[in-house]
Design a protein. Structure first.
Ligand code: HPA
Length: 239
């Protein structure tokens, strides 16, 4: 059961220098590394590249998932930095999302671009793997980190942040957190037959959600740096 961790913006993984794997879908974001998380040795991939050179809409999600698949990965834990849409979520809160709403566009979002043999429509009723979510929840508990056991992840296109009105709409749609990277990553993992779950850390109140009239980007990056340690603590308690 080979595990992989996909690290988001500055989060939890240190990928090695070296040539990224070439796949039929192009190059992965970086070479695959290896790291120890609790009793697991996991492959690690920095979603945005070693130098953080790929913005969310330019990440080659298909190549990343294809690279992990060809390395024999059967479980992926993804880390995300997100904005908090609902007022109960504060900066540094951890969320294990259980649902997704996809607002992205123009991304290469499927391995089934042509129906070579027969139509393929994967089931995505539950976008995240229940067993892997449970492992994350238990790891967080062992690490002494409180987490929110539900979350509706709104995936926006980026790279800009949202307008306040857009965040009002996300809340109306039922979203509780907003980020830019869970899609098409989660759907591609499902298409590839890889169990996938994610852990998100809130690094800012989403635009206008706290009544503010702007988002302080330097505070956001500071929160991301702080979050890395919390993710590592949770992941190091995986059984
Ligand atoms: N919106 C979208 N993506 C994000 C945010 C946000 O407020 N914060 C971190 N990633």
């Amino acid at each position: 059961m080979t595990l992989a961790v996909i690290g988001g913006s500055g989060l939890a993984v240190q990928a090695p220098a070296g040539e990224p794997m070439d796949t039929p879908y192009g190059r992965a974001s970086c070479a695959l590394g290896e790291a120890r998380f609790g009793s697991n040795t996991a492959l690690v991939l920095a979603r945005h590249g070693l130098q953080h050179e790929f913005p969310p809409h330019r990440v080659n999600y298909r190549a990343n998932i294809a690279a992990l698949k060809s390395a024999g990965v059967s479980r992926i834990i993804a880390t995300y930095a997100v904005g908090g849409v609902t007022p109960d979520l504060g900066v540094a809160d951890l969320v294990i999302p259980d649902q997704i709403i996809d607002y992205t566009h123009g991304r290469e979002h499927t391995f089934f671009d042509e129906f070579a043999d027969e139509p393929v429509h994967i089931d995505f009723t539950q976008p995240f793997d229940a067993k892997l979510r449970q492992s994350l929840l238990e790891a967080a508990q062992r690490a002494g980190q409180s987490t929110t056991d539900h979350g509706v992840y709104a995936c926006t296109q980026g790279p800009r942040l949202e307008s306040a009105a857009e965040v009002v709409r996300l809340a109306r749609d039922g979203a509780t957190i907003v980020g830019m990277t869970a899609m098409p990553e989660a759907a591609l993992a499902r298409e590839a037959g890889i169990a996938y779950a994610g852990i998100a850390v809130v690094v800012n109140p989403a635009a206008g959600a706290d009544g503010g009239d702007h988002i302080d980007e330097s505070a956001l990056w500071q929160s991301i740096a702080d979050a890395s340690r919390r993710f590592s603590e949770v992941l190091s308690c995986l059984d």
